[in-house]
Ligand binder design. Structure first.
Ligand SMILES: [Zn+2]
Length: 156
């Protein structure tokens, strides 16, 4: 197996999908902070968890190691960087569009989080039904217009 050309480790790492939201990559979400390669072909990846209790980070770490070793990198280590803390501002506009298409209400500015638009029908007549949705990163909301429940990716 040939080692990929220098500089391609970032691209491989950036293509890893979020295990909970498999329509967006970890680069889209702003989780991927840095990828460095040394002249021995060792790759060091830094990721910042979206939420301190997110079990997805272990999966993301394993997926990163797998993607990079499959690409020919023999030594891959993944470091969790906790400071500065991840914010939804790091999420790309493209990620927010993809999340909306996937049925997850994308985060708005923190101050506007009480007005969450229903990803199904676009209504703003929504309310939070549970602080925790399918994962700790998301809360569960219900739409008053179409009565559909949906996940809201918490802004924090
Ligand atoms: Zn609705």
């Amino acid at each position: 197996m040939t080692v990929s050309t220098p500089g391609s480790a970032w691209k491989i790492a950036a293509d890893v999908l979020d295990p909970e939201l498999p329509v967006v990559t970890i680069a889209d979400l702003g989780i991927l902070r840095d990828v460095t390669e040394d002249d021995q072909g060792r790759v060091h990846v830094q990721i910042t968890p979206t939420y301190s209790g997110c079990p997805a980070m272990e999966t993301i770490s394993a997926d990163l190691v797998e993607a990079l070793t499959t690409a020919g990198y023999q030594h891959v280590d993944v470091e969790f960087v906790l400071a500065p803390a991840w914010t939804t501002d790091w999420m790309s506009e493209e990620a927010k569009v993809k999340l909306a298409a996937y049925g997850v209400a994308p985060p708005g500015p923190v101050a506007l989080v009480l007005a969450v638009r229903c990803p199904q029908c676009g209504s703003l007549d929504t309310r939070e039904s549970s602080r925790f949705g399918s994962t700790a990163c998301k809360s569960l909301w219900v739409c008053g217009s179409c009565r559909e429940p949906f996940d809201h990716f918490k802004a924090h």
